[in-house]
Design a protein around this ligand. Structure first.
Ligand code: GLY
Ligand code: MN
Ligand code: MN
Length: 431
């Protein structure tokens, strides 16, 4: 493992928080993710199930976590089932977790091999009334591919048709939305690694460089610092490409006089950073670029002040819309008639700022968490306003990740250059 694992107390505490949400005689089952195939015998890099990881710290394929807080035999109240390791597997893939290692990682005292699962699970189900199973519930999820959890749901319901079945997802969303100090340390590391990448790119960028060369600079910096790489497909977008919101081709040459928008974050130990920066390719903003840049920056700074405990994300987004409206009027991209005649369902500012400003971030980049519930201390959100003017080849987005506190917030990216002067200064003082 290339990252420093979280202390097992984090996972013990996470399970304890879940137990408090379960009714009497409940059992919860969470499966690892599949190793996803590509073609022939190729695989994608393994990424485990974030809910199972959150409750166990185990980052290994095929694992099953069972939590049955009221089971009479105390040793079966928490069980991890693991793929059995053996000499053959050790030769080809490297050793899998031993039972002792799994206990050390997770704090779960009872670790068994998968071959024992059916028998032990039957024993537990005989005492259980309610079964909490896991589904990938996210407003933007595309659930076309069946997960291990979804296969398990089918099998379980077939074997045990008369139990009560419940969704564990809403419980996991509430738990995972509020980060513990250990998790915040992991996210800070992901942001610090991202910073190293950005500083390297400030030194590297000039007209004639290809977008994918910039991508490579980030990757080099990330991987050498213990990250497995990008938290998501990076956007490295020169000139007009910045106005294509999900541009990830990163294939063009950077031009003198253009801006480059980069939406890039490092992964670290399954946690993510999500940063956007926009810099002038030649090291100096034009007057117009600078005006738009400062407008986005003002919205970003003011938006951070609005992400406070008790507010909700939809209400916050309405307030940020007002800030953006003010800036677009200032830039003369909108006039008062545009505002007076706007469709309240799609306000005028959306022509230049068509995406949301903030999302939860954590084990997922667009992390789970109910946006209709009140914002609480310990939640982590991105703040990412942008202005996209297609006619002028200008696309500017700025994005930091902040932790909500009782009073105010902590900016996990406060060390990453953001002010236009600072960016110009670094780009013009490079060796
Ligand atoms: N990088 C994805 C996002 O900003 O939401
Ligand atoms: Mn982003
Ligand atoms: Mn984001």
């Amino acid at each position: 493992m290339r990252y420093k694992p979280l202390d097992k107390e984090v996972f013990i505490n996470n399970r304890s928080r879940l137990r408090k949400l379960l009714p009497k005689n409940a059992v919860a089952v969470l499966n690892a993710n599949d190793i996803m195939p590509t073609n022939a015998d190729g695989n994608m890099r393994f990424r485990t199930n974030n809910d199972q990881y959150y409750l166990s710290g185990v980052d290994q394929e095929e694992s099953i976590l069972v939590i049955a807080p009221d089971f009479p035999n105390e040793s079966l109240r928490e069980i991890l089932f693991l793929k059995e390791t053996n000499d053959e597997i050790a030769i080809w893939e490297g050793a899998k977790l031993t039972r002792e290692q799994a206990t050390k990682r997770s704090g779960v005292q009872t670790v068994k091999w998968l071959s024992e699962f059916e028998k032990v699970f039957r024993t537990i189900m005989m005492e259980a009334d309610t079964v909490f199973l896991n589904t990938n519930e996210h407003i933007r999820a595309v659930p076309d591919v069946e997960t291990r959890d979804s296969r398990f749901i089918k099998e379980c319901r077939q074997q045990y048709p008369l139990h009560n079945y419940r969704r564990i997802a809403p419980l996991m969303h509430d738990l995972r939305a509020v980060k513990s100090p250990g998790e915040l340390d992991m996210m800070q590391t992901a942001c610090d690694i991202t910073e190293k990448g950005f500083r390297r790119v400030l030194n590297f960028t000039k007209p004639g460089v290809k977008e994918y060369e910039v991508e490579a600079e980030y990757l080099h910096e990330f991987v050498r610092r213990g990250s497995r790489g990008f938290a998501y497909d990076p956007i490295i977008a020169g000139g007009f490409n910045a106005c294509v919101l999900h541009y990830t081709d990163n294939s063009m040459e950077l031009q003198d006089g253009d801006l480059m928008l980069m939406d890039v974050g490092a992964e670290y130990g399954n946690y993510n950073a999500d940063m956007s920066r926009t810099i002038p390719v030649n090291g100096r903003f034009t007057e117009r670029q600078r005006k738009v840049y400062d407008a986005v920056l003002r919205v970003m700074k003011e938006a951070m002040q609005l992400l406070t405990p008790g507010n909700t994300i939809p209400e916050y987004h309405r307030e940020v819309g007002k800030l953006m409206e003010r800036e677009l009027l200032g830039l003369k991209l909108l006039d008062t008639t545009d505002i007076r005649t706007q469709n309240p369902e799609w306000p005028a500012y959306k022509k230049f700022f068509m995406h949301g400003t903030s999302h939860h971030i954590g084990l997922d980049v667009h992390d789970v968490g109910n946006i209709y519930k009140e914002i609480k201390p310990g939640m982590v959100f991105t703040v990412e306003p942008g202005i996209y003017i297609r006619e002028e080849n200008i696309g500017i987005r700025l994005e930091n990740d902040i932790v909500i506190r009782e009073n105010g917030f902590t900016d996990l990216m406060e060390n990453i250059p953001l002010e236009a002067e600072e960016i110009e200064e670094i780009m013009n003082s490079r060796s």
